[in-house]
Design a protein around this ligand. Structure first.
Ligand code: THU
Length: 130
């Protein structure tokens, strides 16, 4: 699966976004190491803090289905610009795919890629809990 193909699946995922408050749709497509793809969208809530980001929706769907190992995740947003994962999502990505790749694609600004480790230097993990 190429980065561009995964980003196109993220665009499909974005269509399901539930965003009555921000009107900012985000889609994610998560590739598990066995080739399975999980889609996620942001899901907002009238109590704003209960909102779930697209990246975490994808990860939580996958983990709840028994998947633990992931290769890469693609993220797109309705703004047309690159959407960078929030701090909480970076922490969740670090838990399950510290060596994974993050593909940020956009309609207007092209695509950039990072490693999860680059987005969360010195990230807290199970290794820190002694
Ligand atoms: N959002 C995501 O889905 N992913 C991120 O990493 C950044 C923010 C969503 C949450 C909310 O629904 C909207 O974007 C505006 O913050």
């Amino acid at each position: 699966m190429t980065d561009k193909e995964l980003a196109m699946i993220a665009r499909e995922a974005m269509e399901q976004a539930y965003v009555p408050y921000s009107h900012f749709k985000v889609g994610a497509a998560l590739l598990a190491k066995d080739g399975t793809v999980f889609k996620g969208c942001n899901i907002e809530n009238a109590s704003y803090g209960a909102t779930n980001c697209a990246e975490r929706t994808a990860i939580f769907k996958a983990v709840s289905e028994g998947y633990r190992e992931f290769e890469k995740i693609a993220i797109v947003a309705s703004s047309g610009d690159i959407a960078s994962p929030c701090g909480i999502c970076r922490q969740v990505l670090f838990e399950f795919m510290p060596d994974g790749k993050v593909i940020l694609d956009s309609d207007e600004k092209g695509m950039v890629t990072y490693l999860v480790r680059e987005l969360l230097p010195l990230g807290f993990s199970s290794k820190d809990i002694k």
